[in-house]
Design a protein around this ligand. Sequence first.
Ligand SMILES: NC(=O)c1ccc[n+]([C@@H]2O[C@H](COP(=O)([O-])OP(=O)(O)OC[C@H]3O[C@@H](n4cnc5c(N)ncnc54)[C@H](OP(=O)(O)O)[C@@H]3O)[C@@H](O)[C@H]2O)c1
Length: 280
Amino acid sequence: MQKKLYAVIGCPVSHSLSPVMQNAALRALGLSAEYIAVLVQRGELGAFVREAGKKLAGFNITVPHKNAILPFLDEISHDAALAGSVNTVTVTDGRLFGTSTDGYGLEAALRESFSYEIPGSSVTFIGCGGVVKALAFHFALHGIRKIRLLNRTPETAFALAESLCREFPALDAVAAPLADEKRIEAFLNDSRLAVQCTSLGLKKDDPSPIRPELLPRGIFFYDTIYKRTKLYDYAEKHGIPAASGLTMLLHQGAKSLSLWTGKEAPVEVMRKALFEAAEI
Ligand SMILES: NC(=O)c1ccc[n+]([C@@H]2O[C@H](COP(=O)([O-])OP(=O)(O)OC[C@H]3O[C@@H](n4cnc5c(N)ncnc54)[C@H](OP(=O)(O)O)[C@@H]3O)[C@@H](O)[C@H]2O)c1
């Protein structure tokens, strides 16, 4: 049988931990398959996707292509189309089906770390880039009651709050600038969960997107970045239940693998490979 090929595409992509995690899973499942990282520059996306339909069985998409890939696909799931964000493509007989497993990944990570359940709950997203669009629509589709959005560029957050309210009339979704400490305080005190989704923290000397002291004691804190950030350290030091992005990466990857193979993902094998690669 011919070896199946899977990939993650992005720019940059060499830092991605997905190949280590997915290859461990493919081996554990005894499949004749390989998962590779492919650097795809912005202008090369269309050409890549045309070839991918012939060569790959499926692929993940990371920054900066999650939105740009939509016009190149044959079919898109309802939630991914709403959010305008695809992180997983399945290739069947040359046809490309796109969906997003980011929301599932965070939901599973929150359940694991905090026993947090989305229905009827409340969340503040700190940052409002591509990933928050996917996460906010996933939370809305799964019955969240309140969404608070904070962003450096407030217009992006206002626009997302507006489209969430239009799509889900019963949802209470509001936004504010990241510079407005009074609103930040009010949002966080009104939320069961805070999710840090800015890219601040990727570099060691990055500042915190909000003053850490604004995190209230009764909140759960999840950082989508999988390094230790200043906010994560603060939360941990002050007894605020905190977790970081590796578990979201794990569960979104496990879901992608199941979609491609039709098999239950060996989550513990993937977790071990991922945590070892991240040196945790
Ligand atoms: N764990 C996982 O599985 C997983 C999955 C996906 C993403 N992520 C993480 O999520 C983060 C965001 O990803 P994305 O796809 O949403 O990226 P993106 O679309 O580039 O968005 C970046 C976000 O960071 C904000 N930001 C950047 N620099 C800032 C600064 N100096 N001060 C304040 N805010 C700043 C941006 O605000 P503006 O709008 O004002 O520019 C925007 O909200 C990344 O760090 C990534 O590592 C993790």
